[in-house]
Design a binder for this molecule. Structure first.
Ligand code: GDP
Ligand code: MG
Length: 234
């Protein structure tokens, strides 16, 4: 578990990756994390995965990299995030899938924006620079529809409400009341953050996935329904 050193006054940045059978990409994803650059900015830095019961070598490979491994008692992208966020202690969290799609190497720039603009939450827009074959046509259309419907229901102007790369103030996000245990966690965290915290969306590059996708049409449908359920609550 990630612990905050009591003697240190440095802020702690935690890179948090949710994993489910990502043995093909986990090592290269971890290697891309600019841990030394973040340390040179004056932060303590830690890398953690929260694993939802991978049956391949994901956990073993993560342990070889000497990073923190949080093993979630239940499956579910949202459950894993909620479980990890409630247990982590530190200041800033940066997330991304362990599938080599997100440009984790730009973390220092994102941290700069968070601090200089005094923000609590940053999400990323993959549509700004989609590399060839990074998103199938069905994913593209599904993501666009979910983003449009989410914006209409909640009065937002997001360009991508399904991106999984965020940078946030851990202690503020702990208080957001996040509840979705499935893939809709991704839209929920953005909607709640944009309603309650100082938030911003920034452009990123999105790269082709390494390893098999974990998504299917049922996820898209459940994400769609969850938008309406959340609208009844907030
Ligand atoms: N679907 C799914 N993904 C999970 C889970 N736990 C962790 N993940 C990770 O979360 C990411 C979700 O996938 P996403 O980027 O939305 O789609 P994908 O990259 O096409 O599979 C993948 O990198 C998974 O490894 C889970 O319980 N279900
Ligand atoms: Mg992914």
């Amino acid at each position: 578990m990630v612990k905050n050193s009591k003697t240190s006054t440095k802020k702690k940045v935690i890179f948090l990756l949710p994993t489910l059978n990502e043995e093909e990409a986990i090592s290269r994803t971890i290697d891309k994390i600019p841990i030394e650059k973040v340390r040179s900015m004056g932060f303590e830095c830690e890398i953690a995965i929260v694993d939802g019961g991978s049956r391949d070598r994901t956990v073993e490979l993560a342990r070889l990299k000497k990073i923190t491994v949080i093993q979630s008692p239940k499956k579910g992208y949202g459950f894993q995030y909620i479980y990890a966020i409630s247990r982590l202690s530190g200041d800033i969290v940066i997330t991304g899938d362990a599938d080599a799609t997100y440009p984790l190497e730009i973390a220092p720039n994102i941290l700069d924006i968070l601090i200089k603009e005094n923000l609590d939450f940053i999400t990323t827009n993959r549509f700004a620079d989609l590399e060839k074959s990074s998103m199938s046509l069905s994913h593209y259309i599904g993501n666009k529809i979910l983003t449009l419907v989410g914006n209409l229901l909640f009065g937002l102007r997001l360009k991508d409400n399904q991106s999984g790369m965020w940078c946030f103030d851990l202690n503020k996000v702990k208080k957001l009341g996040l509840e979705n245990r499935d893939m809709a966690f991704s839209e929920e965290i953005k909607i709640r953050a944009f309603k309650k915290l100082k938030s911003k969306e920034i452009a990123i590059t999105y790269r082709p996935r390494v390893g098999k996708s974990k998504l299917n049409y049922l996820h898209a449908l459940k994400n769609f329904i969850f938008l309406f359920k959340l609208r009844l609550k907030i």
